[in-house]
Structures are given as C-alpha cells and as structure tokens.
Design a protein around this ligand. Structure first.
Ligand code: KIV
Length: 288
C-alpha cells in the first residue's frame, strides 16, 4: 500500500532536488485517480468556487464548502497529503478565527495542512496557526482572493518595485513560521530569487520552473474548465471535447432508441420470462 508522504518527505525531496508534482482536487473520484497516478499532494483549492460551483471568483466560497470538498478528497485519497484552502474571510478578521478555522480542516475534514493567501499582512495568522501545531502553506504573488486590489488576475513581479513586495512577502511567510510557500503568477526571475534565499520548500503555480515543485488546477490540466485559460496552463488532456462528444452521442442514441440495447439491460432468470404473460393477464386481464 502507498505510504502517505509527510512534511519530512517533502523536506527530504527538497534537499535531494526532487520535484513535487501536485494538483488541485475537489471530489473523491478525481482524488482517487490522483493517488493511484502518484501525485505527491492535493490541494482542495477555493478555486472550487469557479471549477465546481461556476462562480466568477473565489470570494463567495465558504468554510462549509471547503470542508465538504476536503472531506471528499480525503475519502478518495486516504494515502495522499491533502491541503485545505482557507477561504476569504476565514482568517483575515482575527487571529483567533484564523486558528479555529484552520483547525477545522484537520478535525472535521482530515486535512494534513492548510493554505492561506498573503505575506506580510497575514504574518500574525501564520504564526498563530503554526503555533497551534498545524502545517501551514503560505501563498503569495497573484493571490485570487485579493485580485480586486490588484485590478484583476495580474502577474506580479514584473517590475523591480513589484518584485521587492513579492520577495518581502516570501520572507514574511517564512519568518512567521510557515512550513511551505506557494508562489502564484510571478515572473520566473523573481521566483528564482525566492527559491534561492528561502529555507522552506517553494512551489510554483504559473511562477516558472525554479521551484521545488509545480501545482496546476486539475480542471485546467484536464481541459475541463472553459471560462478562461491562464497563460501558464498546459493542458494535458482535452476532456471537454470528449465530454461534449459523449453527451451528444448519448442524446442521439436515446432519441433514436439505439440506447439501451440488449447488452445494457438486466435479464430475467432462465425460464422466468415465459411466465410473464400469465402474470400480466392475472394482474391486468386479457388484452382486448
Ligand atoms: O484555490 C486554488 O486552487 C489555489 C491555487 C490557484 C493556488 O489557491
């Protein structure tokens, strides 16, 4: 049986230069496939707001939704390291709320770690959650929950002034006691600097190759999400084409009576169907 990786394994991988491959997951069947395919960890991202619920961002996503999906992923992938994503307003209001909500991911949903967005401005929350004994992922750069302040989903670190802010955030996350850092939508040059100067593992989503591992959103990777495709996404499948073809064929076959065919029905036991005529007559009378 597959052994679930721990923080020690991920630190070990970093020291050996082995890259971590992880994706988001929102449900048990995909989580189970990810586990058998050898993914190193799974993030139950608040991107579920867009990928599952059809919202146009992550801001409306609630703690209850995140816990619900984290539980499903934990069930589907019992031997994979699972990270719960703290949704908007679950950690910003107070340090106490942040710790309580972070703890709920472990107690109620079986997560191994939590992730929260922000650098300098969430240092107190990171410190308190880590002090509660919880494994913490910081998340900096293009942080979708505060995309309103960024003027949209904009890459960060494209100027030296922006690079300074991103690097300050990275340092603040490490200083506050986070165990991992995720850098999103940042230029590769800036990610390289962060990766070179931080002790903790640094992972990238749309932030270039110089990191300890890569994350992609599962719906992008599989080619399911159609609303938009970020520039950094590589599609490893085009499932939306397959899904639409399958739905179309199903409609055609149902409407023309091709489905269900004899192969796709349950058969009565040997000799029983011969007696059905008598039963029908008994129950409904003779056909006129
Ligand atoms: O919610 C999510 O999937 C994320 C990734 C975009 C990093 O936070």
């Amino acid at each position: 049986m597959l052994k679930k990786k721990t923080i020690l394994d991920f630190y070990n991988m970093k020291s050996k230069g082995e890259k971590v491959a992880w994706i988001t997951a929102y449900d048990a069947p995909i989580a189970a496939l990810a586990e058998t395919s050898g993914l190193d960890m799974l993030l139950v991202g608040d991107s579920l707001g867009m990928c599952v619920c059809g919202y146009d961002g992550t801001v409306p996503v609630t703690m209850e939704q995140c816990l619900h999906h984290t539980r499903a992923v934990r069930t589907g992938a019992p031997n994979t390291f699972v990270i719960g994503d703290m949704p908007f307003l679950s950690y910003q209001v107070s340090v106490e709320e942040a710790v309580r909500n972070a703890g709920r991911f472990l107690k109620e949903a079986g997560a191994d770690a939590i992730k929260l967005e922000g650098g300098v401005r969430v240092g107190r929350q990171i410190r308190a959650i880590a002090d509660a004994g919880i494994v913490v992922f910081g998340h900096i750069g293009l942080t979708p929950q505060s995309s309103g302040q960024m003027g949209g989903y904009k890459a960060q670190g494209r100027t030296v002034e922006s690079a300074r802010l991103v690097i300050q955030d990275a340092l603040a996350v490490q200083e506050a006691g986070a165990h991992f850092l995720l850098v999103e939508g940042v230029t590769p040059e800036v990610t390289r600097v962060i990766h070179e100067h931080l002790r903790i593992p640094v992972y990238s989503i749309g932030a270039g190759p110089e990191a300890d591992g890569q994350l992609l959103i599962v719906s992008d990777l599989l080619g399911i999400f159609q609303a938009f495709t970020p520039h950094f996404v590589k599609k490893y499948a085009h499932l939306s084409d397959d899904i639409q073809r399958a739905f179309g064929e199903y409609c055609t076959e149902v409407r023309s009576g091709v489905f269900p065919d004899p192969e796709h029905v349950y058969n009565m036991k040997e000799g029983e169907s011969d007696k059905l005529g008598a039963l029908e007559q008994e129950m409904f009378g003779a056909k006129s």
